[in-house]
Design a protein around this ligand. Sequence first.
Ligand code: NAP
Length: 250
Amino acid sequence: MTTTVLILGGTTEARHLAALLVTDPDLRVVTSFAGRTSRPRPPAGETRTGGFGGADGLQAWLERHAPAILVDATHPFAETVSAHAAATRGVPRLRLVRPGWTPQPGDRWHRVPDLATAAAALPAHGARAFVTTGRQRLATFLTDPACAALPLLLVRCVDAPGADLPANVELLLERGPFTLDHERELLRRHAIDVVVAKDSGGDATRAKLDAARDRGVPVILVDRPRPAALPTVDTPEAAAARVRELLSGA
Ligand code: NAP
């Protein structure tokens, strides 16, 4: 009999986990996407796209499709969907989340609890900012009067924000992974003197922090939201092993 595993995805780790699980012919692996990114990298196995319709919608999906396990492998900052996953009933759940970044000697990180604090702190640290926190809450920076007065907000995202952008915003549409050379050149070319980032962790977007350290540029690093209360592993391999244990009844 085929057993379904639902992976809430949108991350490199979710894709790796799907690749590890599809090698088992008895598993039907379904990765769920929010549908925000126009060209998500397709994972192995099946996909579904779009919100479930809140916590109740996710619960209804689980009852209709009866997966044996739900793995929340969403981004560490995808707070809402993770809370919905943690609130589900009747299915074993697992959280896969990569570790956050740790500073190295020479790093000039200023940790802040959220994006609004990052925006408020920005002008104190630099005037030409590289903003890498994504397009979804970009308005936090665009509506902050102090940020509006800065000479440059170089905003990098995967897909373009819908709204018109102020004159001090330069948009860079790029998807990682990014190399150290690429990031160094970007900071140099735009004379960036402060970087804003979320503590996403992982290798794909780490190079901007290394480039900032090399150039003595400060980084405003937004802390992760409080994690959802689920059993948690931090690598796709550990998640695959735990899924297999759960399926075997261990
Ligand atoms: P979010 O704020 O936690 O979720 C907002 C809503 O989007 C959820 O309530 C849910 O809608 C829907 N949703 C989110 N992830 C989903 C998924 N994997 N499958 C189906 N529906 C999903 O999430 P977010 O921060 O917007 O992130 C959206 C997606 O982008 C996630 O898959 C995440 O892994 C990925 N991502 C996020 C970031 C980031 O910085 N936040 C970065 C890289 C990738 P319903 O309530 O209708 O179910």
